[in-house]
Design a protein around this ligand. Structure first.
Ligand code: ZN
Length: 211
């Protein structure tokens, strides 16, 4: 997976009940999908990630990220479609998002800014059955702040894939950020983040506020 060859970046909002609740949001009755420009992508390779400093709070949202390895045709399973997975952070300008939501404006300014889509190096997708017993977690300055598993998702990975494919299209080179578990909070300048899968670090970086 080369980030320069990613085609579409789909993201899922409110896919864990406890995260929807922590932001005072209702649980959706169908998947809430939005996209980010591919220019938002940055790899968690240890180097600093520069984020906006003058647009209110930037929240981290750690997520399981699926990479689609082939073009979708109806009936295909997650295991057939997903070749590798990563962990990622869907950075969100929370104050901007709150204004946008109240006005009914599109989410792009809150979700699509430069470096808002962090991804770790990819690993082989373990399969839909195995993934249910594995957990992602996020450490901030050495302390765990988020933990979750695909088994806690409101919409299953298969439901997300079928929904996205039938509404927007899905093909080789697309990424899906599958939503965040509870524990989101505002980034502080100099925070060190580590993304862990099954207690193993897949990627790390330092956040720098200063764009
Ligand atoms: Zn998210």
């Amino acid at each position: 997976m080369d980030i320069h060859h990613i085609r579409n970046i789909y993201c899922v909002g409110r896919n864990y009940g406890l995260h929807a609740a922590e932001l005072g949001n209702s649980v959706p009755d169908e998947p809430m999908i939005f996209t980010k420009p591919t220019h938002a992508l940055v790899v968690a390779d240890g180097s600093p990630v520069v984020l906006p400093e003058d647009r209110g709070d930037v929240h981290y949202e750690a997520e399981l990220v699926l990479h689609i390895g082939r073009d979708y045709t109806p009936g295909m399973t997650v295991d057939e479609l997903v070749d590798v997975m990563s962990l990622g952070i869907d950075f969100t300008l929370r104050d901007v998002q709150n204004v946008i939501k109240s006005k009914g404006y599109p989410w792009l300014p809150a979700k699509g800014f430069l470096r808002s889509a962090v991804v770790t190096k990819p690993i082989a997708f373990p399969g839909l059955e195995a993934i249910k017993s594995l957990e992602l977690s996020l450490k901030r300055n050495g302390q765990e702040v988020q933990r979750g598993s695909a088994s806690q998702m409101i919409f299953s990975l298969q439901t997300l894939i079928d929904y996205i494919a039938s509404h927007y299209g899905l093909g080789a080179g697309d990424l899906i950020y599958t939503g965040t578990p509870p524990g989101v909070a505002a980034v502080q300048d100099g925070d060190r983040y580590e993304l862990l899968w099954d207690e193993r670090v897949l990627g790390a970086f330092t956040a720098k506020l200063g764009d």
